[in-house]
Write a protein that binds this ligand. Structure first.
Ligand SMILES: [Zn+2]
Ligand SMILES: [Zn+2]
Length: 130
């Protein structure tokens, strides 16, 4: 089935929404951002497009334990994530403190890891003035 111009526009809008977010973003937020750029995008389109973009290696899924999957652009340098329990935002943390090969039993070989930290972001950690 050939890709229509409308589909291309929707795909671009969805990819841009993920790129502009700068941190892992949930499908509903992708929808809200994409809707400001193209008409006629629905959640089903977002999910369908995310699958296409993931299969093409353009976006990747970020699994936060206990939450529905979020998405970020693929191909970034290895990084970790921080989940704020106050506002629910997910932040990217640069760099890696990982020396995880010391933490596995003898003979095991670590090939990859994902680290998710939970806490409060600067805005949520500071008590609000009333
Ligand atoms: Zn927060
Ligand atoms: Zn790491």
């Amino acid at each position: 089935m050939p890709v229509t111009e409308r589909q291309t526009r929707q795909r671009t809008a969805i990819r841009d929404a993920i790129a502009d977010a700068g941190s892992p973003i949930a499908p509903r937020e992708i929808l809200a951002r994409a809707q400001t750029k193209v008409r006629g995008v629905g959640l089903a389109t977002v999910y369908r497009t995310l699958k296409l973009l993931a299969d093409a290696g353009i976006v990747k899924t970020v699994d936060i334990p206990g939450e529905s999957p979020r998405f970020e652009l693929a191909g970034k340098a290895h990084h970790h994530h921080f989940v704020c329990r106050g506002c629910g935002k997910v932040f990217e943390l640069e760099g890696c403190c990982g020396h995880f090969h010391d933490e596995v039993p003898r003979g095991f070989k670590v090939e990859d890891h994902e680290v998710v930290l939970f806490g409060r972001c600067a805005a949520c950690a500071t008590p609000r003035k009333r």
